[in-house]
Ligand binder design. Structure first.
Ligand code: 3HC
Ligand code: NAI
Length: 702
């Protein structure tokens, strides 16, 4: 075996050269890898004894793509197109041996090979669109030639990898093998035995010529793929480039693809999406976590309370294959909870998203009881009873008495003091908040609330439990509303004020939708139920004159057929209601608030800047470990468009100085000193600093 460079090995067996890359953790195609590949391919080309080549990797996966950390920096040659060009130039058949994930540039390298084999568990795809990009190393030109432009456009725009079995059906791979390297070597031997036939993917025209003559089916597939993707640049670029595959000669298509790729890579949308990719992974890193500390294993779980959230959390465990028991107050409440879970699964089955068999298996993992003794043999308990501190304290006291040592005791509280809950036990180190978002079985965000006494082990176990359930965990400090709801409360205050000052719910919602959120704040309020906030305000003695009156009238939102909007029977479509405007005008008159036309820009600033201001306070207090964690919270929990990068990323784009000036203006206009810029925001504005560069220390970072 020859070491071509630090990450590339080369060996020849029976006339077949095996080139392997070993660049942990995911064999990203960084500069050294690319250089190694070009050198090794050159060796194979030069060696007359080599009749065929196998390309594969060591470690946990085939190439998972270009090295994203290199994007936006000066490119070191050879670039990926040059690597694939070297494959194209080879006059000996090349077989890619795929395992793990062949993604992005990784799949593009495989497409530069003459043959591809993969193990059954492998997944293949071009996920660049999820980074705000399109495949930039020939993926949009070669994939359509291999599997047809209609199938290719769907895969490239969705960016979702396909399993090996489906890849075989598409013609993306040539065989499924038991072992990537051994299988590829065997395949290469067979190719040689059959006369070493080899067609470069770039030269294939059988799938593209018919589409060039009749692109109707392609255009229909492209239109379907682009549905609901307003404002996002990458998907449209993906379509344009796949279209080029059958409209332009290969080299021209490749050049156009590269130009589109570079343009997107330099743009804010891709920068935002790459930021979130790394932010999500960074969020798992807790600065003071002792190295090597292992989370406790989770083999079973208990959820206390089988209502809206408890039911959803139980489904999360079952979906992850973990047996879970729901503890309820009565058999009746339990039956109701289990029925609701069954109904939710059934909707997925009816939609074709889940097989009946999978539903049965998952549902079988969920049991229920009113007998608390079940607590004594569980690894994790998540409490999701009514939002009442006394009740929660009582329950945690009971858990303390019943649970075995080391059981993680978590509360799904959305507003209560996690320290007070922890101190109701003799083991507050085992207590954390695990704040799921509704619907818990769908929403990816999980805020893990670190109490003053929560142990590292508890935090590590909560993170591991979240990941097991497919969530994106973010560790936050203990405070009112934690990170997400605390910021949201600022927006909600402005929503009430804007109504009084003369804004229409539909106009404000349109501004937020226009930014890229899936829903505006009033429509969102109607969906979540206006009564939730109303109860909290009543408890705290806070008033929201318009919304409180709507609630007093029984207008709780969608569930009662009316809230800020009206909903026709059985419909979820919000219909503006002039009565809400009259009510707002009446309340404004009583309070002496002057009504006026409010410009879109003002609405925009008041919807977003007070939240950004609160993010600054959260960072000052150390409630979030880093600004990018706040971005992750908003992208995964509140529908902040990923291509806008989250509130802190966005604030850096707008500039803290601009935001500070606007906040001072609104503080003066409304007389609300709470709108004054946070000290951190002022500091960033004064020094030209950014949220991204700010390093807080505090409660969550501890
Ligand atoms: N470049 C650089 N670093 C990468 C990377 C990449 N393409 N993919 C993963 N990493 C890093 C992660 O940041 C993480 O680093 P950390 O440990 O320091 O936090 C580490 O590798 C492990 O990643 P994960 O925690 O995500 O590991 P998983 O096993 O959970 O997932 C994976 C593996 C499915 C490969 C996942 O990492 C992934 O989806 N990666 C991105 C794949 C991708 O988008 N590829 C396309 C890139 S763009 C491209 O190829 C352009 C081309 O067309 C020119
Ligand atoms: P819910 O009212 O739908 O369910 C509460 C359930 O707890 C009921 O089924 C009730 O029978 C059960 N329960 C009450 N006392 C109990 C006891 N002593 N023992 C066992 N079960 C008991 O409430 P929901 O909405 O599920 O909220 C639960 C918790 O989750 C609250 O703390 C809430 O703040 C929090 N939360 C709610 C979110 C939401 O959007 N609904 C979002 C995030 C957190």
């Amino acid at each position: 075996m020859v070491e071509v460079n630090a990450v590339t090995a080369y060996e020849v067996n029976d006339g077949i050269a095996l080139i392997t890359t070993d660049n942990p953790p995911v064999n990203a195609l960084g500069a050294l890898v690319r250089a190694g590949l070009v050198a090794a391919l050159g060796m194979a080309m030069a060696d007359a004894a080599v009749k065929a080549v196998v390309l594969s990797c060591r470690g946990r996966t085939f190439f998972a793509g270009a090295d994203i950390t290199e994007f936006g920096k000066p490119l070191q040659r050879p670039d990926l197109n040059e690597v694939i060009g070297a494959l194209d130039a080879l006059t000996k058949p090349v077989v890619a041996g795929i395992f793990g994930t062949a993604l992005g540039g990784g799949l593009e390298v495989a497409l530069g090979c003459h043959y591809r084999v993969a193990v059954g568990a492998a997944r293949l795809g071009l996920p660049e669109v999820k980074l705000g990009l399109l495949p930039g190393a020939g993926g949009t030109q070669r994939l359509p030639r291999l599997i047809g432009p209609e199938a290719a456009v769907g895969l490239v725009v969705a960016g979702t990898p396909v399993p090996a079995k489906l890849a075989l059906q598409h013609g993306l791979i040539d065989a499924i093998v038991d072992d990537a390297v051994a299988g590829a070597m065997e395949f290469a031997r067979q190719v040689l035995a059959d006369g070493a036939k080899m067609t470069r993917v770039r030269d294939r025209e059988d799938k593209i010529l018919p589409v060039r003559d009749n692109p109707a089916a392609f255009e229909a597939a492209a239109k379907a793929a682009l549905k609901k993707l307003h404002g996002v640049e990458a998907p449209a670029a993906c379509v344009e480039s796949v279209r080029n595959a059958f409209m332009l000669p290969f080299e021209q298509g490749l050049k156009a693809e590269r130009d589109l790729f570079v343009k997107l890579m330099m743009g804010d949308q891709s920068r935002a999406q790459r930021h979130i990719f790394f932010a999500e992974r960074e969020a798992q890193k807790i600065p003071d976590m002792p190295a090597g500390l292992k989370p406790a294993p989770i083999t079973n779980a208990v959820v206390i309370g089988g209502g809206t959230m408890g039911g959803g959390i139980a489904m999360c465990f079952a979906n992850a294959g973990v047996p879970v028991t729901i503890v309820e107050t009565s058999d009746e409440a339990l039956a109701k909870g289990l029925e609701r879970i069954k109904g939710t699964y059934q909707v997925s089955v009816d939609r074709g998203a889940l097989t009946a068999d999978a539903m049965a298996k998952r549902f079988a993992l969920i049991s229920g009881t009113a007998d608390w003794n079940v607590i004594s043999n569980t690894d994790i308990v998540i409490e999701a009873v009514f939002e009442n501190l006394d009740l929660k304290k009582e329950i945690f006291g009971k858990l303390d008495r019943l649970a075995k040592p080391g059981t993680l005791l978590a509360s799904n509280t959305s507003t209560l003091d996690v320290d007070a809950i922890g101190n109701a036990t003799s083991r507050p180190e085992d207590v954390v908040g695990m704040h799921f978002f509704s619907p818990a079985n769908v929403m990816k965000l999980l805020e893990i609330v670190r109490g003053e006494k929560s142990s590292h082990k508890s935090i590590a176990t909560a993170i591991a439990a979240g990941k097991l359930m497919g969530k994106v965990p973010v560790v936050v400090g203990n405070c009112d509303g934690f990170v997400g709801n605390r910021m949201l409360a600022r927006r909600t205050t402005e929503n009430e004020r804007l109504l009084l000052e003369g804004a229409k719910p539909q106009d404000v919602d349109a501004v937020v939708l226009g930014f890229g959120f899936p829903m505006g704040p009033y429509a969102m309020g109607d969906l979540a139920g206006l009564d939730v906030g109303w109860r909290i305000r009543q408890h705290r003695g806070v008033k929201a004159p318009v919304t409180d009156t709507l609630c007093e009238q029984g207008r709780f939102g969608q569930k009662t057929g009316a809230g800020y909007y009206i909903y026709e029977k059985g419909s979820r479509v919000p219909v503006p209601d002039p009565m809400v405007l009259e009510l707002a005008a009446e309340k404004a008159a009583a309070l002496g608030v002057k009504r006026r036309n409010i410009a879109e820009q003002e609405v925009f600033e008041r919807m977003f800047y007070p939240m950004i201001n609160e993010a600054a306070r959260i960072l000052e207090e150390g409630i979030a470990i880093r600004a990018s964690d706040i971005d992750v919270v908003w992208v995964y929990g509140y529908g902040w468009p990923v291509w806008r990068g989250g509130p802190c990323f966005y604030a850096d784009l707008v500039g803290p100085k601009v935001i500070c000036a606007a906040l001072d203006h609104y503080a003066e206009m409304t007389g609300d000193e709470g709108l004054r810029p946070a000290a951190l925001l002022r500091e960033l504005a004064a020094t030209g600093g950014t949220f991204a560069a700010f390093k807080p220390a505090g409660k969550a970072a501890a």
